[in-house]
Design a protein around this ligand. Structure first.
Ligand code: MF3
Ligand code: CO
Ligand code: CO
Length: 260
């Protein structure tokens, strides 16, 4: 499938969809506490989407995915299936949400610390967050897709962490995953050129140890091969005439702006 350019009206629809994803993450954040199960986080998000937002959870039944959100704990890289295990202090959990609003998808995720976490764990969360933003700051018409991956990879590896290669960002719109693929590693000046009106996600997965991953037999859960911790952050972004507009900013980011 070819990538799509959104008309101004479609860009507005994507703004509304992105805002729903951000609001949903703002809603769930205070519930991420020691003792809660990821099933309970899924329930709360599911209810909030259907009853408060009047949105539809894209993950539910997507290629057979059995829940309304993804929850990836500790060495789970992505696509973790909510279950009955309780979160405990010191864990990290990525919550990835994709509500559909009037047929349009907003896709965002954040990695939360559960209670107090080790300083080294906090560093992983923060490096991954900054890596996402460094990728986003490359976005403008005429920039190459490879510029995004290069910025992310260079920074992550300078911090002695590794970038997962098997999963990537993507175009997004009426379709959950559309072209182009947005790699989180690569070389500047390579890959297709971006154009105003494209909407894509930037969602690096960063491991403390080696970059290699393994898919569990459930067909969804991706873990680090070496069982080291992994974090991820994701925003949905519109390419504008002058650069970019992040469509999934949370309340804190709308107030404080991007890092540094
Ligand atoms: N939200 C994920 C992404 O960022 C995709 C999850 S697919 C699911 O692209 F089926 F696991 F929900
Ligand atoms: Co995504
Ligand atoms: Co996502």
């Amino acid at each position: 499938m070819k990538f799509t350019i959104k008309t101004p009206a479609e860009q507005d629809a994507m703004r509304r969809a992105g805002r729903m994803a951000a609001d949903l993450l703002d809603f769930i954040e205070p519930h991420v506490q020691p003792g809660i199960t990821t099933d309970e986080l899924d329930r709360l998000c599911h209810q909030h989407m259907l009853e408060v937002q009047k949105t539809v959870p894209a993950p539910l039944n997507y290629r057979g995915f059995p829940r309304s959100i993804c929850t990836s704990v500790n060495h789970v890289v992505c696509h973790g299936i909510p279950g009955d295990k309780k979160l405990k202090a010191g864990d990290i959990v990525n919550v990835d949400v994709t509500p559909i609003t009037d047929g349009w998808h907003g896709d965002a995720s954040r990695t939360f610390a559960v209670g107090t976490v080790a300083l080294s764990t906090e560093r992983l969360i923060n490096v991954t967050y900054r890596a996402m933003w460094l990728g986003i700051k490359q976005l403008r018409p005429e920039a190459h897709l490879g510029d995004i991956g290069a910025a992310i990879q260079q920074y992550v590896e300078s911090e002695h962490f590794s970038v997962v290669r098997e999963y990537c960002g993507h175009g997004i719109g009426r379709t959950f995953h559309e072209d182009p693929q947005v790699l989180h590693y690569g070389s500047p000046g390579t890959g297709m050129k971006l154009q105003a009106g494209m909407t894509i996600t930037v969602e690096p997965m960063v491991n403390v140890g080696k970059r290699h991953v393994r898919l569990l037999p459930d067909g969804w859960t991706v873990i680090t091969k070496d069982h080291s911790l992994s974090a991820q952050w994701e925003h949905t972004v519109l390419i504008t005439d002058t650069g970019f507009e992040v469509l999934t900013l949370g309340a804190r980011e709308r107030e404080q702006g991007p890092p540094q």
